[in-house]
Design a protein around this ligand. Structure first.
Ligand SMILES: Nc1ncnc2c1ncn2[C@@H]1O[C@H](COP(=O)(O)OP(=O)(O)O)[C@@H](O)[C@H]1O
Ligand code: SF4
Ligand SMILES: [Mg+2]
Length: 355
């Protein structure tokens, strides 16, 4: 499937986002155990996103999975240019947008091309805006239309997203969860983005509504030819919707590849543990659950030499605390664009033995 997506729409190279945490020593602070000399210890930094590189092709759906706190939302906020990068490059259709300050990005000509669907439509919608005003808002700001055309456009968007037109005059508190989600999606596609970033778009919805909204998102993608970056902790959904998947752990991508391939032959011990936790609906198909012991390492000034999964990894050996594993091709037996960051990746045969 990947040869269809030959030209990258988004090219993210070596993205870093480090948040300062705690205080820098004051101007009169002394170095520890001395009466002289100023403490010049740097401010500790939380490495929320650490050297993340990937591409996203036109028309592709890329899934991003990983446990809470691993950096998914920070990565999304970097890509949507709500946050400034600490370092790295983001190219949209070849144009560098990573260096544009987040503060001014709202008025940049690139803004309409990347839009976002938020986790909780209820929280992200302005309570003082009717559904009509919420959908019209990005059009007014980014691609203004004359009044009559605006009405027609908002109605067309509502219809496309399955929102009955009689609900356009309602405020968020007068809409159900599914209806709010439809408003959030209509709003996101209103300015015809090339890339839609969806941060856990159905996490706040009932299961039955989730299915309908996912179906809607899938239909819209085909109809409008958008690319999706789909963030989810629901691996079943990622498997169904995504062409490729990236697995994130403590700020780093630890495995990436075609979704079917990664789900069939997970090579990173963390991916295997994540996948073993998926509930299987067919009796007899369930693989034994791999539980990860211990706590994640601290994301504050982590050692650049120690694998981030070290300490929790059942496969760990001495080499894992001596050098950081880099993301590289898994090997001939797997698909060419399947990569893993592990010194001792699990091969298909070894995986069968372990299971
Ligand atoms: N503004 C911030 N200041 C300091 N730390 C932050 C900030 N935003 C996120 N973090 C930290 O960055 C890490 C990743 O957070 P986040 O991107 O929200 O993860 P996820 O979306 O995967 O749950 C967490 O340790 C979180 O506490
Ligand atoms: S490099 Fe070592 S500690 Fe890290 S995931 Fe691989 S086996 Fe586990
Ligand atoms: Mg998040």
């Amino acid at each position: 499937m990947s040869d269809v997506f030959d030209k990258p729409l988004l090219d993210a190279q070596s993205l870093h986002k480090h948040f300062p945490v705690g205080k820098a020593p004051g101007p009169f602070a002394r170095a520890p155990n001395t009466w002289f000399g100023r403490a010049d210890r740097p401010v500790p930094k939380l490495h929320a996103v650490d050297d993340v590189t990937f591409t996203l092709a036109k028309g592709e759906t890329l899934g991003l999975v990983g446990e809470s706190g691993c950096g998914k939302s920070t990565l999304v906020r970097l890509l949507t240019r709500l946050l400034d990068l600490t370092d790295g490059s983001i190219r949209l259709d070849g144009a560098e947008i990573g260096h544009l300050p987040a503060r001014g990005f709202g008025s940049s000509s690139y803004r309409p091309r990347i839009q976002m669907v938020f986790q909780d439509a209820g929280d992200s919608l302005n309570p003082r805006f009717t559904a009509f005003a919420a959908i019209a808002d990005p059009i007014r700001r980014l691609k203004p239309l004359p009044r009559e055309q605006l009405w027609a456009r908002v109605e067309a968007l509502a219809t496309m997203c399955g929102l009955p037109l009689e609900l356009l005059g309602r405020f968020p508190h007068q809409l159900s969860g599914g209806q709010k989600a439809r408003v959030g999606i209509a709003r996101a596609i209103a300015v015809e983005p090339d890339l839609l970033i969806l941060d856990e778009p159905t996490a706040a919805l009932d299961v039955s509504v989730q299915v309908v909204i996912l179906q809607l998102l899938n239909d819209l993608k085909t109809r409008l030819g958008m690319s999706y970056l789909f963030v989810s902790h629901d691996l079943n959904v990622v498997r169904l919707l995504c062409d490729r998947v990236m697995v994130m752990y403590l700020g780093k991508i630890v495995e990436s590849g075609p979704a079917e391939e990664v789900f069939r032959n997970p090579s990173h011990p963390y991916t295997r543990a994540l996948l073993s936790a998926i509930p299987h609906f067919m009796p007899g198909q369930a693989a034994p659950r791999l539980r990860i012991a211990g706590e994640p390492r601290s994301p504050i000034d982590p050692s650049p030499k120690v694998c981030r999964f070290y300490g929790r990894c059942p496969q760990a050996r001495v080499a894992c605390e001596q050098s950081m594993p880099l993301l590289q091709g898994v090997g001939q037996e797997h698909s060419a664009d399947h990569s893993v960051a592990c010194h001792f990746p699990i091969t298909a045969n070894a995986a069968r033995e372990v299971a």
